[in-house]
Design a protein around this ligand. Sequence first.
Ligand SMILES: [Zn+2]
Ligand SMILES: [Zn+2]
Length: 122
Amino acid sequence: MDDKENDERTGATNKNLSEAGEFADLTIECIDCETDFVWTIGEQEFFRDKGLKHAPKRCRGCKKAKTERIAEGSRAAREGTLKIEVKVVCDACRAETTVPFYPSQGRPVLCRSCFLAEDRKI
Ligand SMILES: [Zn+2]
Ligand SMILES: [Zn+2]
């Protein structure tokens, strides 16, 4: 009785394997954290259904982190709260400083104290 059950199970497994054929779990190295992750048959079928041709490049965690980064970035851009820090050299005192905007080419950039001093002069 036990033997028969085992045989049936083995037979079923073999059948599934041959039927799966083109699909098999794939191991992919995440481009962000360099950890191997498994791209499962189910996910591959999902990709094919969506018409996607390229395998995922990131593991689940990094994909989520990337999605959140993008969402955070677009949310901040929409609300105008995106914090940008651009490294510049002050045109007046030559001190290295950061400004919360992208300076236009050829325009002098002043550090905060020089900017305020300049402001007072006018
Ligand atoms: Zn990763
Ligand atoms: Zn300055």
